[in-house]
Design a protein around this ligand. Structure first.
Ligand code: BJW
Ligand code: ZN
Length: 251
């Protein structure tokens, strides 16, 4: 474990943890851009993750998201989620910002998670935007490729859509502002399991670095680091984060 990273964690006052799909990979939730296992290796984002796709073929899109939601319902938080929840008890202040649409951070015990890309559980009307409450938590067998008619809005009768942020859509303004503010204030940012390719979320670690924070990437794909206070820990989050916690704070 890099001693400079251990020291930065031990001394930090405000830790920002910024997570992406890789933090849930060891729970069996697929990432997006990993070459063989990522969702975008098998599915076309233009046909599934845009408002135009939903307008064109709501059954295809709703069925795909229901398949993913059922997989998340069966998944359990892993050691990376649990270590992040534990870190909140070890540092003076922790802000957790996630791009993920699952609820595994919450189920691991993290509180006040800032979700930049929405949630698979929070569907809403495609037309009037009002929340739809009817999604069941009962487990159905996840069925890949099954078309499914979306529920109808009880207020206006239009189709209900998944409560996630699709390409070309604005991120929730308050969540994005909180994430940017925390990035400007933190002294250490751990970027865990993200390719950092999707904007504006990818600005979060960039703002932290510009504001003088130490930035640490945790990813099996080593990150090319530029700044004097930027580090890359190459490996799986479920292995490296518990090691980092132990090295900084003991058992
Ligand atoms: C492990 C691991 C282990 C594996 N341990 N690690 C500036 C420049 C260029 C383009 C744009 C720009 N600004 C905006 C854009 C357009 C676009 C964009 O960014 N496109 C780029 C892809 C080029 N952005 C948008 O459209 C955004 N909206 C917007 O900008 O609105 C403004 C606007 C409004 C109105 C009109 C016009 C403009 C919205 C983006 C929404 C993204 N949505 C998705 C889907 C969510 C719903 C769903 O789940 O289906 O969000 S896309 C997908 O990518 C998902 C993720 O949250 C997001 C980030 O992916 P993430 O988490 O990084 O996953 P991966 O797979 O990429 O990486 C996983 C990593 O984990 C890998 O590095 C692995 O190595 C690693 N890993 N195992 C640790 N065990
Ligand atoms: Zn409606």
């Amino acid at each position: 474990m890099n001693p400079a990273v251990v020291e930065a964690l031990r001394n930090c006052r405000h830790l920002l943890v910024f997570t992406g799909a890789g933090v849930s990979a060891e729970s069996g939730v697929p990432t997006f851009r990993d070459a063989l296992t990522g969702l975008w290796a098998r599915f076309d984002p233009a046909r599934l993750a845009t408002p135009e796709a939903f307008s064109a073929d709501p059954e295809l899109v709703w069925g795909w998201y229901e398949w993913r939601r059922q997989r998340v319902l069966r998944a359990m938080p892993n050691l990376a989620h649990r270590t992040i929840a534990e870190l909140a008890r070890r540092v003076p202040r922790l802000t957790l910002v996630t791009q993920n649409v699952d609820d595994l951070h919450e189920r691991a015990g993290s509180q006040d998670v800032i979700h930049l890309h929405g949630s698979l559980q929070a569907s809403r009307c495609f037309e009037c935007g009002r929340a739809h409450e009817g999604l069941s938590d009962e487990l159905d067998e996840p069925q890949e490729g099954r078309r499914l008619a979306p529920p109808r809005c009880v207020h206006c009768g239009a189709a209900v859509r998944p409560g996630v942020v699709w390409f070309g859509e604005s991120l929730p303004q308050a969540a994005l502002q909180r994430a940017f503010d925390a990035a400007g204030e933190c002294d250490l940012l751990l970027s865990v399991g993200t390719s950092g390719l999707v904007y504006p979320a990818a600005q979060v670690p960039q703002i932290a670095a510009r504001s003088g924070a130490c930035v640490v990437h945790v990813n099996p794909q080593p990150e090319a680091v530029g700044g004097a206070r930027e580090y890359s820990l190459a490996g799986a989050a479920g292995t490296l984060l518990p090691q980092l916690l132990r090295a900084a704070f003991g058992d």
